[in-house]
Write a protein that binds this ligand. Sequence first.
Ligand SMILES: Cc1ncc(COP(=O)(O)O)c(C=O)c1O
Ligand SMILES: N[C@@H](CCOP(=O)(O)O)C(=O)O
Length: 479
Amino acid sequence: MRYLSTRDASGDASQRFCDILIGGLAPDGGLYLPESYPQVDDATLTSWRRLLEEKGYAALAHAILSLYIDDIDSEDLLGICRRAYTAEKFRTEDIVPVTRLDERLALGHLSNGPTAAFKDMAMQLLGELFEYELARRDQSLAVLGATSGDTGSSAIFALKGRARIHVFMLSPLGRMTPFQQAQMFSVDDPKVVNLAVDGVFDDCQDIVKKVASDLEFKELHRLGAVNSINWARLLAQVVYYVACWIRCTERNDQQVSFSVPTGNFGDVCAGHVAKQMGVPIDALVVATNENDVLDEFFRTGVYRVRRSAETQETSSPSMDISKASNFERFVFDLLGRDGARTAELFSGLGTGEGFDLSDVPALAQARSRYGFRSGRSTHADRVATIAAVDKEFGVVVDPHTADALKVAFDVLDGDDVATPVVVLETALPVKFAETIREALGHDPETPEAFAHLADAERHVTEIDNDADLVKKIIVETLT
Ligand SMILES: Cc1ncc(COP(=O)(O)O)c(C=O)c1O
Ligand SMILES: N[C@@H](CCOP(=O)(O)O)C(=O)O
């Protein structure tokens, strides 16, 4: 399989998987996608069903990843998957258990990993892939990432202690929950550098892209990416769509839909990839919080990015995002993979512009061909949903999952989706105690592994929103 950039007008798919794994963002500022989506037939779906049942999640991951990775020996890739997806790390043999709430609703549990968020599903694999490839190249990597609360911890826990890797993680100052801050900043490791930026997540992500676009700097300091701009993140996430579909169905002609709490559009974009491969997925429901740029797009065709000052601070803080990176991948597909047009639309976003596709005939396909639906949820909605789901099903969900449940109820009640909906649970409630207390009147359960966090010492430097300053810190740390 070869890969191309969403901004490459020539359509030249010349990159191999391990090159883009290490490269992260494409040199032209675009995001990598495979030249085509491998198509799965009935026999393949049946074999995946058997594989998951008989050999487990790691074996399923190996089968799916093998369709996209042809520059890692198959046995080595299997070893990588087995090391990434263990019952010890994910606290369950199933890795991704599914709870059926009723005949039309299920929860896909993605947050049983080391940092209690779905980011671990991809990040544990990324850690193993980096280790393997860097050893093969005898190289080091300086990972520069941005987080709104969960990617940061997940990356740090997956990468710390790996000899060839430094981690520089940018987070929006004061905008994460106390638990998220404690989890991330408690790591005491000279090769892990936490930088709290005076700004919002989008500012942090802009810095990452700006620094990575300085190709000389990137090459000199061997800069890598762990955000979902890295294709490997999305690829790993495709696997749990397949696993959830298998766990909710008995036959290959049965479809399910997914409701996905959405911020940077990475999670639901992995669902888009799975659907394009032929996995029997009906609707992909994009559930946003009050930062509803994507809901607005799917309703109107207008992509109106908000400036930092307009990005609201909400009680599902990990989704406080107004410039969704991976949306570029979907628009590239929607526009028939027109790299020149995609470059034109997305290169203006840095200056706060958006675009309007309401007149483009292909927009209708967002729903008809690609299955997208959307909706938004507010603070009042998520608090009410957490309380209602606890009362009706005896399950406590985190605020992000509550947003997806709220929108799932909307589309089901409005008869907009006729297939069972799997709501992706993206974090554990322990990370968002204040909102849980407001909804339920008591604290969320604290798993034993996190009991020590509240008192841990913090390791973080507060900095201005300044890409040059970040470069300076990277240089000083690496030399
Ligand atoms: C808990 C949680 N839920 C949902 C999301 C949204 O996922 P995505 O950015 O892939 O759309 C994030 C982060 O973005 C998150 O941390
Ligand atoms: N919600 C994320 C934001 C970054 O998204 P990513 O999927 O691109 O890494 C977070 O919690 O940090």
